[in-house]
Ligand binder design. Structure first.
Ligand code: 3UK
Length: 542
């Protein structure tokens, strides 16, 4: 048996069997990890041990923590977990909060205790939390007091969940009061590089969310692939953004990556456009992480960001329309860094930096990863041909006790569910989700391409394009459109937009149906929920 620090062996017992796992690549020198490692030691304690404890680590409204400050909080919480709440290595600890400093301290405490962090999105309801708790057999929870209600409701029906502590709680029963009674010292559990340390639930659009398992080595692998090769941050960078820490896009971009190089991060609880602009100026942020729709909304008020400290803007979570890239550049002068990542692979595996960015392409494969476009027979497709994106690298998909492992991982490759084409220069061009391809009168049409065309029209704020059943054509293209303020949702406007699309891309792709809506359904991670658009009963199509 290989070494493991886990006394509670639940995660190891529920790994997919070896043949169902992807192939892992560790070719880069930075990926040769020691057999035992704890990611908290690498990301947090190392800086203090090497004399950087006084450096700024984390900021939030009215709060500035150095590396030593964060370490002290994490150590005290780890002591509460182990000594007061009986956490043993391998136990699952649910974390629930807005992006704030205590959430970050709790995350590190769980790593230090050799336990497994199960971070949950703030918007989850009791029903969803109940599923997470049951699936991950969660025994402990640390939760922001302001988010107590839904967790309390879930707890009433969750026999596994025995211990809950609330934080950002001034009462004598809160986590802060318990922390005060404990030492600022904690000896990190000597975990194996292959011990699971996080269970990240997918924001799946269909079926029950799946729990992906990542090891201590996966957390570190995500820090040595995309960040140094594409983002190239420096220790003086100030990271900021909107994705929740419960989403691996946010966990990496707003916590792991800045700490891996001794830089600092700003955690914001609110990410509305004006909050973001104000925060960039207030904290002098240099690197921003958010989703394409958020960039589009911020662009309208981004004037003050031009010439500010902001120097790198990362977009992920959804395809970045070339129209949005152009809008952001016009507003701020900054060329965006697009990158596709996935919960299954922890973080970004195809991307391009600001100098190599090509509008309409996601980028090239990130060093440490291999990517390939496969045809329907699982063979590499020809250059330029649309096929299924398959990826392998140091991280990969391991669903916790889930049959769907077999549809994500085939022959050692991770199939992300995206249709892509590879060009002669090695750039990957996003087409659509494989199950979102629109087939109309024999033509293959990608919703995102029609969306990009619509987004260039000055009256369009946001849009979502799907295929709807049609007797004659099999499917027809339908666009749901949110107009910018001051424009009328009339048949004339619909016609104007349809004609505009016909002039900008192949005319057969134009939306035969147009419906104006006040907003589009999105996940908490910024993704358009196309399946929900499909469920909208046929409105009065114009
Ligand atoms: C889509 C993109 C085109 C794509 C994520 C960065 O989004 C993340 O993880 P999820 O598990 O979703 C994965 C799916 O989202 N997608 C994400 N980024 C792009 N499509 N261009 C992009 N730039 O369908 C992918 O399969 O929620 C993103 C880092 C960590 C993440 N977990």
């Amino acid at each position: 048996m290989p070494y493991s620090a886990h006394i509670d062996t639940f995660t190891g017992d529920n790994l997919p069997p070896p043949p169902a796992q992807p192939e892992f690549l560790f070719d880069l020198p930075a990926l040769k990890f020691p057999e035992r490692m704890n990611c908290a030691t690498e990301l947090l304690d190392r800086h203090v041990a090497e004399g950087r404890g006084g450096r700024l680590c984390l900021q939030a409204p009215n709060l500035r923590w150095t590396y030593a400050d964060l370490q002290e909080r994490a150590n005290r919480i780890a002591n509460v977990l182990v000594k007061d709440l009986g956490v043993v290595p391998g136990n699952r600890v649910l974390l629930r909060a807005y992006n704030n400093p205590m959430m970050a301290a709790c995350w590190f405490a769980v790593m230090k205790a050799g336990a497994v962090a199960v971070a949950t999105m703030p918007l989850l309801r009791a029903k969803e939390l109940k599923h997470v708790i049951a699936k991950a057999k969660v025994s402990h929870a640390l939760c922001d007091l302001r988010l107590a209600e839904e967790l309390e409701r879930a707890r009433a029906e969750s026999p596994d969940l025995a211990h809950v502590r609330w934080f950002n709680d001034a009462s004598t029963a809160g986590l802060e009061a318990a922390m005060a009674k404990h030492s600022v010292e904690f000896g990190n559990v000597d975990t194996a590089r292959d011990d699971t340390c996080i269970l990240a639930f997918t924001s799946g659009t269909t079926g029950q969310p799946k729990a992906t398992m990542h090891f201590h080595r996966d957390v570190m692998a995500s820090c040595v692939c995309w960040p140094p090769h594409v983002l190239r941050p420096t220790p003086d960078d100030v990271f900021m953004g909107t994705p929740p820490l419960a989403f691996t896009f946010g966990l990496g971009g707003l916590l792991l990556f800045p700490l891996s190089i001794g830089a600092s991060t700003v955690l914001l609880e609110q990410g509305a456009p004006q909050d973001l602009v104000d925060a960039v100026l207030k904290y002098k942020a240099t690197i921003l992480f958010t989703a394409p729709t958020s960039y589009r909304a911020v662009a309208a008020i981004a004037g003050p960001l031009r010439g500010s400290t902001l120097r790198k803007c990362v977009s992920a979570g959804e395809a970045l329309p070339a129209a949005t890239r152009a809008l952001w550049k016009e507003a701020t002068g900054i060329e965006m860094i697009d990158g596709i990542g996935a919960t299954e692979l922890m973080h970004i595996f195809i991307s391009a930096d600001e100098k190599d960015a090509r509008p309409g392409a996601t980028g090239k494969v990130v060093p440490g990863y291999a990517a390939c476009i496969m045809d329907d027979d699982g063979k590499p497709a020809k250059t330029g041909e649309i096929g299924k994106l398959a990826v392998k690298g140091p991280t990969g998909c391991r669903y916790l006790a889930d049959e769907r492992q077999a549809s994500y991982v085939k022959d050692g490759w991770n199939y992300t569910g995206d249709a892509y084409a590879l060009d002669a220069e090695g750039y990957f061009h996003y087409h659509s989700r494989t199950d979102d391809m629109i087939i109309s009168a024999g033509y293959n049409i990608a919703g995102p391409e029609v969306e990009d065309a619509l987004l260039r029209h000055p009256k369009v704020a946001e849009c979502g394009v799907i295929g709807v059943p049609d007797e004659e054509r099999g499917q027809v293209v339908k666009a749901f459109i949110v107009l910018r303020p001051g424009h009328e949702a009339s048949p004339e406007t619909a016609k104007e937009l349809q004609d505009y699309v016909k002039r900008s891309i192949a005319p057969y792709k134009y939306p035969r149906q147009v419906e104006f809506v006040a907003s589009l359904p999105r996940t908490e991670t910024g993704k358009l929920q196309r399946f929900r658009l499909r469920q909208i009963p046929q409105g009065e199509s114009k």
